[in-house]
Design a protein around this ligand. Structure first.
Ligand SMILES: NC(=O)c1ccc[n+]([C@@H]2O[C@H](COP(=O)([O-])OP(=O)(O)OC[C@H]3O[C@@H](n4cnc5c(N)ncnc54)[C@H](OP(=O)(O)O)[C@@H]3O)[C@@H](O)[C@H]2O)c1
Length: 281
């Protein structure tokens, strides 16, 4: 019996087919792109986020892709631990998810000296504690063969100018995911961490308005991907059984260089920052 369910779990992963998905941050950007792939494959998807209008809009987009009856929404702030438990647990009890993606996230890029501690708290509570809250609620319902993807960032692998709060939250998310991976692998549940480079989403559009020029110069050097390309890379990485998924050639190169030659990465980044500071003074 154990061997049979284990084999089913493995086959499921190899085919990348899931039955019931929960996606926080599913109303927009990368989460919405992943929802589109899942809905097209016949999976039901629960989109979780705060803004009812965005949820409605996302639901209409997915319906137009032929998934009307497979999409439901839950208006929820992942930072509200009590509400996450109260609202999400009954849904998972009724329909245990076999795919959970924590994509809800936010950032306020800015110089450390100008970043309020309240902003730090808000970024940490959404990107890290919010993910924790959801995991604490959903994992008890997840069965062998299920998968979890936590969305970190390339800024969760390379500490990036202008992202002190954001990088702190995303590095921590990699640590949380790695530790959780080692616990859940024994239950046949796969944990992955997705570290996208700059991705063309409403979040990037918003942060581009306030980014310090040095941050803009650095992110420009790694290119911008579409949310659909990031979602496709995520599912590809999952099928290959990768824990760490870094979409795009440039992202993968930065990740590799940071691991092998961190000093070189610092020197290149410092030189881009210095050049951009000179240009902007
Ligand atoms: N875009 C990039 O360049 C990039 C690069 C690397 C990593 N990422 C990461 O990718 C993830 C998705 O970002 P995105 O670019 O797709 O941004 P996005 O289009 O702005 O989507 C963010 C999603 O998170 C939801 N959300 C934010 N705070 C929430 C909260 N407290 N509770 C519940 N839902 C919340 C938003 O909906 P509501 O506002 O309605 O709640 C929205 O659905 C984030 O974790 C981000 O850090 C993005």
């Amino acid at each position: 019996m154990h061997q049979k369910t284990s084999r089913i779990g493995k086959e499921k992963r190899m085919q990348g087919t899931y039955t019931h998905a929960v996606i926080t941050g599913g109303s927009s950007g990368i989460g919405l792109a992943a929802a589109g792939v899942l809905v097209s494959s016949g999976c039901t998807v629960l989109l979780v986020s705060r803004d009812a209008r965005k949820l409605q809009n996302a639901s209409e987009i997915l319906s137009a892709q032929g998934g009307a009856e497979r999409v439901s929404t839950l208006q929820l702030d992942v930072t509200d631990r009590t509400a996450v438990q109260r609202e999400l647990a009954p849904v998972c009890e009724k329909q245990p998810p076999d795919f959970v993606m924590n994509s809800a996230g936010m950032t306020f890029p800015g110089y450390f000296s100008l970043t309020d501690s309240d902003v730090f708290d808000q970024v940490l509570s959404t990107n890290l504690t919010g993910c924790w809250n959801v995991l604490k609620t959903v994992v008890p319902f997840m069965e062998r063969g299920s998968s979890i993807v936590n969305v970190s960032s390339l800024a969760g692998l390379v500490g990036t100018f202008g992202y002190t709060a954001y990088s702190a939250s995303k590095f921590a998310l990699v640590g949380l995911s790695e530790a959780l991976r080692s616990e859940l692998v024994h239950r046949g549940i796969r944990v992955h961490v997705l570290c996208p480079p700059d991705t063309d989403t409403p979040m990037l559009e918003e942060e581009n308005r306030t980014k310090p020029p040095e941050t803009r110069a650095l992110s420009g050097s790694a290119g911008v991907m579409s949310a659909e390309a990031v979602a496709a890379a995520m599912f590809r990485g999952m099928r290959r059984g990768h824990f760490m998924i870094v979409p795009g050639m440039q992202g993968a190169m930065v990740y590799l260089l940071k691991r092998l030659l961190p000093g070189l990465v610092y020197r290149v980044a410092d030189s881009i920052v210095r050049k951009s500071t000179v240009e902007n003074t």
